[in-house]
Design a protein around this ligand. Structure first.
Ligand code: KGJ
Length: 435
C-alpha cells in the first residue's frame, strides 16, 4: 500500500479518536494557560484541521492546507487571539498522529508516513506564522497608521453573540470572544461590531480588529463588505473610544490614531463597503460611516458629530471627508450643534442611500451588496480609487497647513479640551471657558 493510502486508512479507522485525543491534549495544556477557549469551538477547529490534513494526505502534499492556514491566521488576528493557541493545535495533532501511525503503519513504511504528516503540518504552521506575523508587522508599522492590537482577547472579554441571521458570521474564524466578528455570505463579507458594554466605541482594539477583518475578507476575495452592529444594539457605534484619547499635548486625531488608520483602510479597500446602520452613530463613527461607499439605514438610525462636546479640534483630513460628501451648511450645523440628525433628515440630506423599515434592512442591504458583488471587481476597484483621489486631495500650501495645525494645537492643549474629557468621564455637562 502506498503511504497516502496507509495514512488515509488510519484516518478512516480512527478519525474521531484522533480529534478527541488532540482536543484532550490541548485541554490538558490549558491547565497552565488560562483562559481556555470554548470547548465546542476547539472541537470544531481541531475537526477542521484534521479534515485539511486528510485532504493533503489524499493529494500527497501540503498544498490544500496553505490558504486555509493563512485565512485562519487573519481571522485569529482579527479576533485578537494569540497565535500560540492555533500553533498548539498543530503541535498536538502532530503528536497524536505520530502515535497512531506508529501503531498502525508497517514499520518499513513509517518514516515516509511520518515525513508526509510532518511536511503537511509544517507547511500549515509556516503559512499560519508568516501570515500572522505579517499582519502584526503591518499593524505595527507607523506607515500604515495603526499600532498593534493591545493583545489577545480573553474569554472574559466576550460580548453577547449576535442573533443568527444573514449577517451572523460562522466558520472557523468566528471566535466568541471577539468584539469584531467576520463572516461571509457568498461573495459578500460581513464585519460585525459587537462590544455592547462600550456601545461599540472605536478603541484601538476595535479599529485594528476591523482592519484585520478587512484584510482577511480581502484574502478570501470577497467582492463587497457590509459593516454592521451586532443584532439588538441600539447604538451602532459611540465613536472614538474617549478613554483612549490623549489627555492634551498631543494631537487627538493624528495620522497614527487607530481610527484614522481604519478610515484609510475602508477608503482604500478595493471593493465597495456598505455601512448598514441600525441605531445611533456618534462622532468618529460618523466619519467611518461616511468613509463607507454606501449607507443603508432604518428609522432607528441617527447621526451626530460631536467634537465640540469635548472641545476637540477635528482633523483636517476628517473635515475633508465631510466636505467631499455633504453640503457645507449641513456640515456646519452638525459640527456646531453636535445634534443628532434623525433618519428621515439624514435621507433628505443624502447621508444615507436607502432608508428602509427595520425588518427590511438586512434584506435590502444584502440585495444591494450582492448586486455589486456580481459586477466587475476590477472596474469597481479602479472607479472607487479614482473617486477617492478626486475627493480626498486638496492641495494646500505648507504654510497654510502649519497654521491650521498650530490653531488645532492651541485647542487640544487648552483646559477646555481637558474639561471635555473630564466631563465625559464624570458623566456631567462640560463647562467650557474658552481657554
Ligand atoms: N468612549 C468610551 N466609552 C464610551 C463611549 C465612548 N465614545 N461611549 C460610551 N462609552 C461607555 C460609557 O462611558 C459607559 O461606560 C458605557 O460605554 C455605556 O454607555 O459607565 P460605563 O459603563 O463604564 P452609556 O452612556 O451608559 O450608554 P447609553 O445610555 O446607552 O448611551 C449611549 C450613548 C452613545 C448615547 C452615550 O454613551 C454617549 O453619548 N457616548 C458618547 C458619544 C460620543 O459623543 N461619541 C463621540 C466621541 N468622539 C469622537 O468620536 C470624535 C472623533 N470626536 O472628534 O469627538
Amino acid at each position: 500500500m502506498e503511504t497516502s493510502a496507509e495514512i488515509s486508512a488510519v484516518f478512516a479507522r480512527s478519525g474521531d479518536q484522533i480529534v478527541g485525543e488532540t482536543v484532550a491534549a490541548l485541554s490538558q495544556r490549558d491547565q497552565g494557560h488560562p483562559p481556555a477557549p470554548v470547548p465546542a469551538e476547539r472541537q470544531r477547529d481541531v475537526q477542521h484541521l484534521v479534515e485539511l490534513v486528510q485532504r493533503c494526505v489524499r493529494e500527497g502534499g501540503p498544498g490544500p492546507i496553505v490558504t486555509p492556514a493563512q485565512q485562519l491566521a487573519a481571522d485569529r488576528f482579527a479576533a485578537g487571539i494569540d497565535i500560540a493557541e492555533i500553533q498548539a493545535a498543530f503541535a498536538a495533532l502532530e503528536e497524536v498522529l505520530w502515535r497512531h501511525l506508529a501503531g498502525s503503519v508497517p514499520t518499513g513504511h513509517q518514516p515516509a508516513a511520518l515525513r508526509l504528516v510532518t511536511t503537511i503540518l509544517g507547511a500549515g504552521k509556516d503559512a499560519l506564522a508568516r501570515s500572522y506575523v505579517s499582519l502584526a508587522r503591518q499593524a505595527a508599522n507607523p506607515l500604515y497608521g495603526h499600532p498593534l492590537p493591545p493583545g489577545p482577547a480573553h474569554a472574559a472579554d466576550a460580548a453577547p453573540a449576535a442573533a443568527p441571521g444573514p449577517a451572523a458570521p460562522g466558520g472557523p474564524g468566528a471566535a466568541g470572544a471577539a468584539i469584531v466578528r467576520t463572516g461571509q455570505h457568498g461573495q459578500v463579507g460581513v464585519i460585525t461590531l459587537d462590544d455592547l458594554t462600550k456601545r461599540n466605541a472605536i478603541s484601538a482594539r476595535m479599529a485594528n480588529g476591523i482592519i484585520a477583518a478587512l484584510g482577511s475578507l480581502r484574502a478570501q476575495d470577497v467582492r463587497t463588505v457590509v459593516i454592521r452592529a451586532a443584532a439588538g444594539m441600539s447604538v451602532w457605534s459611540a465613536g472614538h473610544d474617549i478613554d483612549e484619547l490623549p489627555r492634551g499635548q498631543r494631537d487627538p486625531l493624528g495620522y497614527d490614531d487607530p481610527l484614522e488608520g481604519l478610515l484609510r483602510a475602508i477608503r482604500t479597500f478595493p471593493a465597495p463597503v456598505v455601512a448598514m446602520v441600525h441605531g445611533t452613530v456618534w462622532g468618529g463613527a460618523l466619519d467611518l460611516v461616511l468613509s463607507c461607499d454606501l449607507v443603508t439605514a432604518d428609522e432607528t438610525a441617527s447621526f451626530a458629530i460631536t467634537p465640540v462636546n469635548l472641545g476637540l479640534p477635528y482633523n483636517t483630513t476628517g473635515l475633508l471627508h465631510f466636505v467631499g460628501r455633504l453640503p457645507m451648511n449641513l456640515i456646519k450645523e452638525m459640527f456646531f450643534t453636535a445634534a443628532p440628525l434623525d433618519a428621515q433628515k439624514a435621507k433628505e440630506w443624502m447621508v444615507i442611500n436607502h432608508l428602509v423599515a427595520a425588518d427590511q434592512l438586512e434584506a435590502v442591504t444584502f440585495e444591494l451588496a450582492e448586486t455589486m458583488a456580481a459586477k466587475s471587481p476590477m472596474a469597481m476597484a479602479v472607479i472607487k480609487e479614482q473617486l477617492r483621489v478626486l475627493t480626498d486631495y486638496q492641495p494646500i500650501a505648507a504654510q497654510v497647513h502649519e497654521r491650521i495645525q498650530g490653531l488645532r494645537r492651541q485647542a487640544y492643549d487648552s483646559s477646555d479640551y481637558l474639561e471635555g474629557l473630564r466631563a465625559f468621564a464624570e458623566k456631567r455637562k462640560p463647562v467650557f471657558r474658552g481657554t
